[in-house]
Write a protein that binds this ligand. Structure first.
Ligand code: NAD
Ligand code: UGA
Length: 465
C-alpha cells in the first residue's frame, strides 16, 4: 500500500513528538495529529511555537519547520481517519482506577474508543498501528472490534511501540537504537509491515528496523520498561546498603558499570523513578503474569515497584529525622518538581510523594521548577486526595525565582536533576537560610564538598550519613 497520508490519534507526549519527526523526515507524507482535547490542539497550533504544550529540547524548531507544510494538528478525528491510509493510535493507557484489575491492569477504554471510531468511519482498507504501550494480545481485541463493527473494509493491525524517553525525545526519534514493528505473518501482514518500515526507512537504516510477530512486539515494550526500571531499583536498593556501610553508591555504580556485560547506563541512584510509564507498565506486567497464574513471575517484577516506593518514602523520612524529628511549620524548599530534567512532565514524579509525606508532617513546602507551573504542582497534590485543596494551598508555595524559594528555608531538597541548579550562587543561598542549613540531594547532582565548605549540612543518596 502506498502511504501518502497518515493520522495519529492522541497529541500527547508520544503522538506529538513522534509525528513531528515523521513529518520532518518525510516531507512527501501528510501527517495529521488529532485529539479530543481542544485546548491541547489549540496549543499545538499556537502562532508562537514556544507555546506548544510539550517542552522537549529541539521540538519547537521541528514544529516550526513542518507545521502547515505537511504536519497538521486538528480536533476533527473523523476526517483525519477517513483521509489516512495508516492510523497510529497514541492515546493514554493509564492504570485502571476501578473494577477488576483496579490499580494494576491497563485501562484500555481510550484504545477501544479509537478502534470503534476507526471502524465507524473507514470506508477503505487501513493499516492501524498500535503506538501506545499495550498489554500483550491487545491487537486481538482491536481486530475483533474493527472486523465486527466496521464497514466490511480490511484492516491490518501492527504493533509499533515507542521507546523514546522524555527530555531526549527528539534525539531518540531521530536516532533510535531500534524501531520495532510487529505484524501478522500473512502476506497482507507482511505488506503492512513493509509499508510502515518504508516510512522509517526515510531516515533509519534497515538493520535497526526489527520485524517480529505482534505478540513479541507488544510484550517487548513492557519488558524493556521493566528492565530499565529494575536497574534503577537495583541501584537504589544498594544505595541504602551503601549508607549503612560506608560504601559510596556512585563508586559502586561506576565499578559495576564498567563491566561491559552490565553497562554503565541507567545506574544513577535517585530519590526514585517517576514518569507516566515505568510504574504503570510494570503493574500491567504483574497483572498479566498473575492472570496466567504465574505468581513467582508477578512477585519478581512487583518488587521493583515496592523498592521504588520505599526509596521515595525513606527520602522523606530521612528529612524529618535529620531535622530533629520535626518539620512542623519549617520551610522546606524543593528544587525541581518534574520527574526528570528537560521535561515539563510531572506524572508520577517522586517530588509529589515526598511533598505529600512532608505535608503530612505539617511542613511548609516551597517549590521552584524551571518548567513546571504552579497549577500543575497543585493539581498533582490535589489528585492524591490526601487532604483538602485548601490545605494543599496553605502548605505549598510555588516560586518563580529560586533564590526567593530558598530564602528562610530550613532545608533544600533536590528532586529533579536540572543542570541549572549547579550554577546557582550557593553562598548567597546559604546566607539566607536558617542554620544549620541542610541540603538533601535526591539526585546526587551538586558538588557536596563545595557545599560543605560553604557550611551546608549536605546529604546525598547512597553515601554515609
Ligand atoms: P498523553 O496523555 O500525553 O496523550 C494521550 C492523548 O490522547 C491525550 O491528549 C488525550 O486527550 C488523547 N486521547 C485519548 N483518547 C482519545 C480519543 N478517543 N480520541 C482522540 N484523542 C484521544 O499520553 P502519552 O504520554 O503520549 O502516552 C501515550 C501512550 O504512549 C501510552 O500508552 C504510553 O504508555 C506510551 N508511551 C509513552 C511514552 C512517554 O514518554 N510519555 C513513551 C513511550 C510510550
Ligand atoms: C522511559 C524509558 O526510558 C523509555 O524508553 C520509554 O519509551 C518510556 O519510559 C515510556 O515508555 O514512557 P522516561 O520515563 O521518559 O522513559 O524517562 P527515563 O529516562 O527512563 O527516566 C524514568 C525515571 O527514572 C526518571 O524519574 C529518572 O529520573 C529515573 N532514573 C533513570 C533514575 O533514577 N536513574 C537512572 O539511572 C535512570
Amino acid at each position: 500500500m502506498k502511504i501518502n497520508t497518515i493520522c495519529c490519534i492522541g497529541a500527547g507526549y508520544v503522538g506529538g513528538p513522534t509525528m513531528a519527526v515523521i513529518a520532518k523526515m518525510c516531507p512527501h507524507i501528510k501527517v495529521i495529529v488529532v485529539d479530543l482535547n481542544a485546548s491541547r490542539i489549540a496549543a499545538w497550533n499556537d502562532d508562537n511555537v514556544n507555546n506548544i504544550p510539550i517542552y522537549e529540547p529541539g521540538l519547537s524548531e521541528i514544529v516550526a519547520e513542518a507545521r502547515g507544510r505537511n504536519l497538521f494538528f486538528s480536533t476533527d478525528v473523523e476526517n483525519a481517519i477517513s483521509e489516512a491510509q495508516m492510523i497510529f493510535i497514541s492515546v493514554n493507557t493509564p492504570t485502571k482506577t476501578y473494577g477488576s484489575g483496579k490499580g494494576m491492569a491497563a485501562d484500555l477504554k481510550y484504545i477501544e474508543l479509537c478502534a470503534r471510531q476507526i471502524a465507524k468511519v473507514a470506508v477503505n482498507d487501513k493499516i492501524v498501528v498500535e503506538k501506545s504501550t499495550l498489554p500483550v494480545r491487545t491487537a486481538e481485541a482491536i481486530k475483533n472490534i474493527l472486523d465486527n463493527t466496521g464497514n466490511g473494509v480490511k484492516f491490518q493491525i501492527l504493533s509499533n511501540p515507542e521507546f523514546l524517553a522524555e527530555g531526549t525525545a527528539v534525539q531518540d526519534l531521530l536516532n533510535p537504537d531500534r524501531v520495532l514493528i510487529g505484524g501478522d505473518t500473512t502476506v497482507e501482514g507482511e505488506e503492512a509491515i513493509a509499508a510502515l518500515a518504508a516510512i522509517y526507512g526515510n531516515w533509519i537504516s534497515e538493520d535497526r528496523i526489527l520485524k517480529t510477530n505482534v505478540w513479541s512486539s507488544e510484550l517487548s515494550k513492557l519488558s524493556a520498561n521493566a528492565f530499565l526500571a529494575q536497574r534503577v531499583s537495583s541501584i537504589n536498593a544498594l544505595s541504602e546498603l551503601c549508607e549503612k556501610t560506608g560504601a559510596d553508591v556512585n563508586e559502586v555504580a561506576r565499578a559495576i558499570g564498567m563491566d561491559s556485560r552490565i553497562g554503565s547506563k541507567f545506574l544513577k541512584s535517585s530519590v526514585g523513578f517517576g514518569g507516566s510509564c515505568f510504574q504503570k507498565d510494570i503493574l500491567n506486567l504483574v497483572y498479566i503474569a498473575k492472570s496466567y497464574g504465574l505468581t513467582e513471575v508477578a512477585d519478581y517484577w512487583e518488587q521493583v515497584i515496592i523498592m521504588n516506593d520505599h526509596q521515595k518514602r525513606r527520602f522523606a523520612n530521612n528529612i524529618v529525622k535529620t531535622l530533629y524529628n520535626t518539620v512542623s511549620a519549617k520551610k522546606i524548599t524543593f528544587l525541581g518538581w518534574a520527574f526528570k530534567k528537560d521535561t515539563n512532565d510531572t506524572r508520577e514524579s517522586a517530588a509529589i510523594y515526598v511533598a505529600n509525606d512532608l505535608l503530612n508532617e505539617q511542613a511548609n513546602i516551597a517549590v521552584y521548577d524551571p518548567k513546571v507551573t504552579e497549577k500543575q504542582i497543585l493539581f498533582d497534590l490535589d489528585y492524591l486526595h490526601s487532604r483538602t485543596e485548601a490545605e494543599n494551598r496553605d502548605g505549598v508555595e510555588v516560586f518563580e525565582d529560586p533564590y526567593e524559594a530558598c530564602k528562610d528555608a530550613h532545608a533544600i531538597a533536590i528532586l529533579t536533576e536540572w543542570d541549572v541548579f549547579k550554577t546557582y550562587d550557593w553562598e548567597k543561598i546559604y546566607e539566607q537560610m536558617h542554620k544549620p542549613a541542610f541540603i538533601f540531594d535526591g539526585r546526587n547532582l551538586l558538588d557536596g564538598e563545595m557545599l560543605s565548605r560553604i557550611g551546608f549540612k549536605y546529604q546525598s543518596i547512597g553515601s554515609a550519613k
